[in-house]
Design a protein around this ligand. Structure first.
Ligand code: AMP
Ligand code: MG
Length: 416
């Protein structure tokens, strides 16, 4: 039996990021850049106006006030997108709209509110300063500047900056295709109208595939393998096309738990089989003809918790991510918890932020087949191997397993 830390280290040591693929800019959202991207142009490309107003020479406006305005000749109208044709010389101005290029000769913009139009002339009611309300060419991005670095996640703002430098596609790390295989003679597909005696729907096929999607990877449903060597081998063969294989069930010590035996055979490689954790002790990890293979436990919660600890970081690493792990917070425990020493425990729990700190309580029955307490959980209380008793009021580690803490019912930033 190995520790959670050792298991994680061994797994991640065998996982390498997938190669690049070219995708269109919007398809890159949330994915990881596999190339450095440099700007081939300046953003903005030219000096332009930050205001609707008049482009002028600031020295012409010295001393201007509402009572004694300066009067300038308007030589041109420059809406956004137009190229200026005239030069602004002393005593003149060009009417200009936000984003329009600054004409030659002008060195400031006076906003509309400080002016009054008077036929072909304009009255200016305030003094300008050099460069006022001019956005400089390249003030956002310089030509040649790196706008996205290899390994960075493509957020909406990065997609915006890539669009502004004219990049319609991006090289990103491929999404892994993840084969999801259920094993067990008791399992049936979801469309079985009447459950025969002793049968259950293979819910793991769905919860695991959903976890795969949630990471940004692509599940490939291989279906259900019967608990026979022949069927298991056939289904594993079908799974070899994937970048990584997940099976659930059949890794325990029961008579029909054949997955780990098959993983020990030729062409396969099993690195370990048991991890000192709860839930999720039986976890086989290895490779099937070079394709990483996780033999996850069959119990619905065990398979999900094992996925969280080991498969998710592996998939994120394959997709080129650098930050592979869920956030851990410290929360005040609202109850007493006893456990045996030796295994790291992950308890389904609900975290809340109240009175300036996090509070956490378990969500009920912790049996590894009880999915309902997983449904109610937004975190897992993590109790290390040596701990045997956590008391009410103790600070405990909680791994946040969904995004619910990132959202709130009301816009609290409005409370001042
Ligand atoms: P096993 O390790 O194969 O004995 O499975 C442990 C427990 O998990 C048994 O109660 C199984 O019925 C259950 N189980 C296994 N696979 C699935 C699955 N795909 N969906 C739901 N429950 C499962
Ligand atoms: Mg089974």
């Amino acid at each position: 039996m190995i520790s959670v830390a050792q298991a994680l280290e061994q797994i991640l040591a065998t996982i390498t990021p997938l190669g690049p693929e070219r995708v269109s800019l919007l398809d890159a959202l949330g994915r990881v850049a596999a190339e450095d991207i440099h700007a081939h142009r300046a953003i903005p490309p030219r000096d332009n106006s930050a205001m609707d107003g008049y482009a002028l020479r600031w020295q012409d406006t010295q001393g201007a006030t509402p009572e004694s305005p300066v009067v300038l000749d308007v030589v041109e109208d420059i809406p956004a997108g137009k190229v200026p044709e005239k030069t602004v010389v002393a005593g003149t101005a060009a009417r200009i709209m936000t984003g329009a290029p600054i004409p030659d000769g002008a060195d400031a913009v006076m906003k509309m509110e400080e002016t009054a139009k008077d036929g072909q002339k304009v009255r200016i009611f305030a003094a300008a300063a050099a460069g006022m309300d001019i956005r400089r060419a390249g003030e956002d991005v310089q030509p040649g500047e790196r706008v996205v670095g290899k390994g960075e996640v493509l957020t909406p703002s990065r997609i915006g900056i890539l669009a502004s430098v004219g990049r319609a596609f991006v090289e990103v790390h491929q999404r892994p295709v993840v084969a999801v295989l259920a094993t067990g003679d008791e399992l049936v597909e979801i469309d079985e109208a009447f459950l025969a005696e002793g049968k259950i729907v293979s819910s793991n096929s769905y919860s695991l595939a959903a976890q795969v999607l949630d990471c940004g990877a692509s599940p490939l449903q291989i279906g259900i393998a019967r608990d026979t060597r022949e069927d298991l081998i056939a289904k594993f063969k079908a799974a070899r096309r994937a970048d990584i294989i997940l099976s659930s069930g059949g890794v325990s010590v029961g008579d029909y738990d054949l997955v780990k035996d098959i993983m020990k055979e030729v062409g396969n490689r099993m690195q370990f089989w048991r991890v000192a954790m709860r839930p999720g002790k039986p976890l086989a990890f290895g490779a099937l003809e070079g394709v990483p293979l996780f033999g996850l436990p069959g119990n619905p919660v065990s398979s999900m918790v094992s996925f969280e600890q080991f498969v998710r970081p592996a998939l994120l690493k394959m997709m080129g991510h650098r930050n592979l792990f869920r956030r851990i917070i410290r929360a005040r425990l609202g109850e007493d918890i006893r456990k045996n020493a030796g295994a790291r425990n992950f308890l389904r729990a609900r975290v809340e932020f109240r009175d300036g700190r996090y509070h956490v309580v378990t969500t009920g029955e912790q049996g590894s087949g009880i999915l309902k307490s997983m449904v109610l959980a937004n975190g897992l209380i993590v109790l290390p191997e040596a701990v045997t008793h956590a008391r009410t009021g103790d600070e405990v580690m909680v791994q946040l397993i969904d995004g619910s803490l990132e959202r709130m019912e009301s816009p609290e930033y409005l409370k001042d």
